[in-house]
Design a protein around this ligand. Sequence first.
Ligand code: ATP
Length: 313
Amino acid sequence: MAGIIEIDDLSKQYGSGTKALSNVSMSIEEGEIVALLGPNGAGKTTLISIICGLVVPTGGTVRVGGHDIRRDWRAARRLIGLVPQEIALEPFEKVINCVRFTRGLYGQPPDDAYIEQVLRSLALWDKRNAVTKELSGGMKRRVLIAKALSHRPKVLFLDEPTAGVDVALRREMWQVVEQLRRDGVTIILTTHYLEEAEEMADRIGVIDKGQLLLIKPKAELMGEFGRKHLTIELDVPLAAIPADLAGRGLTLTQGGRAVTYDYDTRAARTGIARLLGDLAAQGITVRDVSTKQSSLEEVFMSLIADRKAEDAA
Ligand SMILES: Nc1ncnc2c1ncn2[C@@H]1O[C@H](COP(=O)(O)OP(=O)(O)OP(=O)(O)O)[C@@H](O)[C@H]1O
């Protein structure tokens, strides 16, 4: 079955000559949350802007709900809401009017019952008559979401929804997104916060230099690229890794009181049993062991670093 968004062989070269996207294809299912990650200038905003009809592609096609975004742009755009990164609100307008106007701009008839539902779901109903300049940063962002939802889109784009906001506000935003997921809205978000993607996304796409490096379910990505770190706490501190254990990828940490060992979770043999045996053979006694899964941040950094190494070769 075709996804709610079907992107096929999409490319964009700006007039300046910059190739911002190269042959990107992906399919997004209804109800999914997809996080797009990539360094600055990777092409994420260009991709979102093309789908939302703000930038014209130089090649390829995009369909939203089966509608081609160029030939059938009106129908495609009706299905889309965009929450931009920058907060731009009319400062002296009441919250409820901002949302009503946006709905009108989409050519939709007034529907105050629906707008009430949206404002309530975003915990803005009590603030409906406040002018936007009186709102906190977190509330303003929620007004942007309310505006983007005002015409009942099926797909919501969030461009760096929590850029520059504090941890408490970020968590609040995650809860809003979780609520939208429960309402069945398909969400595509860009973020520089890896923990955000790890927290919210079903699938993660990594874009670098205009190319989609991969798009995978989060769990699969972590399993495939993830490594585990084993920390072995020692009874007696070591001054150095014994010569017999050199070349085994061990690092002395905690001022010699621990040894860390990185291993591939997919490997047939992790080497842990052998390592513990070899430590015992050296007369090194172990106080405790613990393991830690590498974070998405580490996975992402290693992906981008591999690309840089390939480019340099
Ligand atoms: N209107 C434009 N005209 C010319 N070049 C542009 C334009 N918009 C973006 N670019 C270039 O296209 C490339 C991709 O930019 P884009 O904004 O899509 O990246 P991004 O992944 O969203 O970056 P960031 O994370 O910094 O927002 C960059 O090299 C950028 O300089």
